[in-house]
Design a protein around this ligand. Structure first.
Ligand code: ATP
Ligand code: MG
Length: 423
């Protein structure tokens, strides 16, 4: 019995029925698809781009699928690069965008002749559009928008699932989650951010198969973290990950802090940071991963610092050692680039200045590019219940001063340290 027997005829939705317009698609993706079409190949917009346009959301990227092979694609586009371990994908530069162009392929596991040694990518892994549709993760991610006609081609019932607000897994949970455990995180992310009902898999299966996440490469896990927490539903996603006991695979240190005793303040701190981030996303403000990582690891860092202080005595040395240990502990799971860990350290280190305001230090902090992030972090600490409100008052007043009045303000509040809280 061949896999092809399972494949049904697609349902076609005309532009009038689905409402997506060509002008909704980015210039780069449009250019790539029309060029592929002119060269005689099929070209479709697929994945999150189609899904988000149908949901009237802003797509984060536009992916193109085609029957042209990577070699054929790179021949057509001069400004292109073969990507991936076995050159499965092509990145094409068009209209100052990078468009990911992928050849239709089938799920290697559906080929029974691979043996036990795992997935091997060969030329015969390329497939038809039908096969490409069923190897995707959820039905709502397997819709193909044909650029020429602007028809949506639906092999899996994704259009009705979108309308019914259903996140339906393609295939069976055990196989699909073990083949690629990142799908478990994607399941949580999509169900939370769209508020869709899980169908074809259950919460208890997410919990059960979560342990597969132990083995995913740290670079891939890093790729997911921004999508989980910086897309506007970070707080809910975080709560779900905890609820399904998945947080420990993503943020093990945070998970263990929040699983210990007396965690109310640490929890408020993390959740407040996430909801502030969601708010900023909604208002179109910039958000940074470094800030959140600094938040996620803060409590562990403080605990580690106390431990190291006992061992090393010297404060500064203990702090650096604690930062190293905690960041390494997280990086073991997740490949966080150095530019981000450097920022995390900076946010942490600047906390001392906010705790001990002085003329000299305050002048210095204003020149530091990171001071806003560091101050927001400090503010959040106060909000979550650390006794810092006097200091917040001081800094708020300080920021309100004009450059001229600042000096005066400083001399008036020079005696500050003596009368207020110091940690
Ligand atoms: P977003 O871009 O908003 O994060 P997306 O669904 O577009 O969401 P991408 O990582 O850009 O996510 O992937 C594009 C498409 O590739 C998906 O819509 C899905 O069809 C397919 N895909 C991605 N990851 C997987 C996976 N782990 N298993 C199966 N199919 C996947
Ligand atoms: Mg995408």
């Amino acid at each position: 019995r061949g896999v092809n027997e399972d494949i049904k005829k697609p349902r076609i939705y005309h532009p009038k029925e689905h409402g997506v317009k060509r002008s909704n698609i980015s210039d780069g993706a449009s250019k790539v698809m029309s060029t592929l079409g002119k060269a005689g190949y099929d070209a479709y917009l697929v994945g999150g781009g189609v899904r988000d346009l149908l949901l009237q959301r802003n797509p984060s990227d536009f992916d193109v699928a085609t029957n042209a092979t990577p070699q054929q694609i790179s021949k057509i586009f001069k400004r292109s690069r073969l990507i991936g371990r076995r050159f499965k994908l092509v990145h094409v530069r068009a209209c100052s965008e990078i468009v990911e162009v992928a050849t239709f392929r089938r799920n290697p596991k559906s080929e029974c002749n691979l043996g036990k040694r795992g997935i091997v990518f060969q030329d015969n892994d390329f497939g038809s559009i039908e096969e490409d549709a069923i190897r995707r993760d959820f039905t709502i991610n397997a819709l193909y928008l044909e650029f020429q006609s602007m028809n949506i081609v639906d092999y899996v019932g994704g259009m009705t699932d979108l309308a019914d607000r259903v996140l339906r897994l393609l295939g069976n949970p055990k196989d699909r989650f073990s083949e690629d455990p990142v799908r478990i995180l994607r399941a949580v992310r999509f169900s939370e951010s769209f508020d869709f009902r899980m169908v074809g898999f259950s919460e208890s299966q997410l919990r059960r198969y979560g342990r597969y996440l132990e083995h995913i490469p740290s670079a891939r896990l890093f790729g997911e973290i921004g999508k989980l927490f910086l897309r506007g539903s970070g707080k809910q996603t975080f709560n779900s990950l905890r609820c399904f006991d998945l947080l420990r695979y993503v943020l093990p240190l945070t998970d263990s802090v929040l699983s210990s005793k007396n965690t109310a303040r640490a929890e408020r701190f993390v959740l407040q940071a996430l909801s502030n981030t969601d708010q900023r996303v909604e208002e179109g403000e910039t958000v940074t991963l470094a800030f959140l990582i600094a938040v996620f690891l803060w409590e562990s860092m403080i605990k580690e610092k106390e431990k190291q202080s006992k061992l090393l005595g010297e404060d500064r040395e203990a702090a650096v050692r604690a930062e190293d240990l905690v960041l390494h502990g997280q990086q073991h799971k997740m490949a966080i680039p150095r530019r981000i860990t450097n920022l995390v350290r900076e946010i942490w280190q600047l906390q001392n200045i906010f705790l001990n305001p002085s003329v000299r230090k305050a002048e210095k902090i204003l020149k530091n590019r990171r001071f806003r992030a560091a101050y927001n972090f400090f503010f959040l600490r106060a909000e979550s219940g650390e006794p810092l409100s006097d200091l917040i008052e001081w800094w708020t007043e300080f920021f309100d001063q004009t450059v001229e009045s600042r000096k005066l303000y400083f001399s008036a509040s020079r005696s500050y340290k003596k009368r207020t809280y110091r940690k």
